[in-house]
Design a protein around this ligand. Structure first.
Ligand SMILES: Nc1nc2c(ncn2[C@@H]2O[C@H](COP(=O)(O)OP(=O)(O)OP(=O)(O)O)[C@@H](O)[C@H]2O)c(=O)[nH]1
Ligand SMILES: [Mg+2]
Length: 472
């Protein structure tokens, strides 16, 4: 039985990340399935609209091969047209039909409240109708993936509103957010407000949030000595110099986010010896209801992994230590300086084994501080289909109290604006001005929850302490 994922791209960033994601997903499937049969692997992300053509040419979007009967399981939403039109002008346009698109022209003006409190209620019915149509085309829908940024108005405000709608309409389907946090020097002046409001909304309505941070992504790109994920990102050799020098090399940055999504979905798309279903992530990694913000890291980031299998165990050690290092985090924080509530390691590679993973983990294990009630809280998954261009690769997803440092920084930027009431009047049109205090108080609570867990110590033997239920 296929387990389908419906991707909802919302706002400019969400649609640009989605663009890259579909491009890379097609390349990966084309490379893995030279016979090009519409198979189980394809069906979690794509649907075949012409069942009379069971055998397809999997289209790599090179403009030469038509995407005949493949449609992405996706709904594309933006309150401006630019990013969606860009996608429709390119070779991937055939992946979507009109019924999957919903755009307007005015945008949300970098205002969370405009997206959430104006466009949300205004377009709730039409958005739900588009989602419903995609849901009906699934046999066993597993998750909604929301791709969005938290810094603008549409992806953050309308995006979090859509999760509220889905929470009511499809309570049993997992709501997974891939949320791009703004960097501290973001061009969007109001991004501290928007990201704080959407963080609080996601804590309520998402099942889990994969956090990525534009600052961390930019640094990864800048540090790379050669174009990373060369093939996987669809970047060609001579474009390397250009994208490193650009101020915001979104293409490369979105490629890293797409690689994260491809890695996460690889277990539903391909076979593995130790297949971890996506819906096991919230069960295993989220012991407390509001602490849903997961920290991800990937390896290798800066060089390609060896194809020489004799060197594999050495390479594995290297990659495992990389995913625990600060440099490989997709969000600016340092998990090794804080407490892990739970951790998952997902390896991709033809000959990866659980003992490779265990052996390499044992080497770093002593340096990893686990919460006292979950000292063995590691989940492992293996997918034997390698990522494109990477014979072996590893994704680490953790629930770690270091999220509080990221939220403290967010709170600091929010306070800087709010103490002078900068732009508050723009929001007053849509939301109550007291909401600023309410939302920022809720973020304080989240920060405090993480801080308390960070210093938690094992209770005395005769204490009444009951650890939270986890899937471990
Ligand atoms: N990583 C990445 N970040 C992006 C991209 N495009 C925009 N951003 C970031 O997203 C934030 C702005 O959000 P947008 O997605 O442009 O805004 P929107 O959701 O379209 O909302 P409105 O334009 O206000 O209607 C800023 O932090 C940008 O740096 C992208 O393609 N990739
Ligand atoms: Mg926009």
């Amino acid at each position: 039985m296929p387990r389908e994922i419906i991707t909802i791209q919302c706002g400019q960033c969400g649609n640009q990340v989605g663009h890259k994601f579909w491009d890379m997903a097609l390349r990966e499937h084309a490379a893995s399935n030279p016979r090009a049969i519409f198979d189980h692997a394809l069906s979690s992300l794509f649907r075949n609209v012409n069942s009379r053509i069971p055998s397809l040419q999997i289209p790599v979007a090179d403009g030469k091969h038509p995407i005949r009967s493949l449609k992405a399981r996706a709904v594309l939403i933006d309150m401006e047209e630019g990013a969606v039109n860009q996608l429709l002008k390119g070779p991937l346009s055939e992946l979507f039909d009109e019924k999957q698109l919903f755009t307007s022209t005015a945008g949300s003006g970098n205002n969370w409240a405009c997206g959430h409190d104006f466009y949300g209620p205004k377009y709730a019915d039409v958005i739900l109708e588009k989602v419903r149509r995609e849901v009906e085309l699934c046999q066993s829908l597993q998750s909604f993936f929301l791709l969005h940024s938290l810094g603008g108005g549409t992806g953050s405000g309308l995006g979090s509103y859509i999760f509220e709608l889905l929470h009511d309409a499809y309570p049993k389907v997992f709501r997974v957010s891939a949320a791009v946090f703004p960097s501290a020097d973001d061009d969007v002046i109001t991004s501290p407000y928007n990201s704080l409001f959407s963080t609080v909304a996601l804590a309520e309505n998402a099942d889990c949030v994969f956090t990525v941070d534009n600052l961390a992504l930019i640094e990864i790109i800048r540090k790379s000595t050669k174009p990373i994920f060369h093939n996987g990102l669809g970047l060609n050799a001579h474009s390397g110099a250009k994208w490193r020098d650009m101020e915001k090399p979104f293409d490369g940055m979105n490629g890293i986010v797409s690689q994260l999504l491809l890695h996460l979905t690889s277990s539903v798309r391909f076979e593995g010896s130790l297949n971890v279903d996506l819906n096991q992530i919230p069960t295993n990694l989220i012991p407390y209801p509001r602490l849903r913000f997961l920290v991800s890291s990937m390896g290798p980031l800066n060089r390609s992994s060896p194809s020489d299998m004799a060197k594999q165990s050495q390479a594995f050690n290297q990659i495992v230590s990389e995913v625990f290092s600060r440099d490989n985090q997709l969000i600016k924080c340092n998990p090794m300086g804080s407490t892990f509530l739970a951790c998952a390691l997902f390896a991709r590679g033809e000959r990866c084994t659980i003992s490779d993973l265990n052996d390499s983990l044992a080497r770093v294990r002593k340096r990893v501080k686990m919460i006292h009630w979950n000292t063995e809280g590691f989940k492992m998954g293996i997918c034997h289909q390698p990522a494109l261009g990477l014979p072996i690769s590893l994704l680490c997803v953790a629930n770690n109290t270091c999220m509080r440092t990221r939220f403290l920084a967010m709170k600091g930027s929010f306070n800087k604006l709010y103490k002078r009431r900068v732009y508050v009047h723009h929001y007053a049109e849509y939301m109550n001005s007291d909401d600023f205090k309410t939302y920022s108080g809720e973020l304080d609570d989240l920060i405090e929850e993480y801080a308390n867990l960070d210093i938690a110590t094992a209770p005395a033997e005769n204490s009444q302490f009951k650890p939270p239920a986890t899937g471990f």
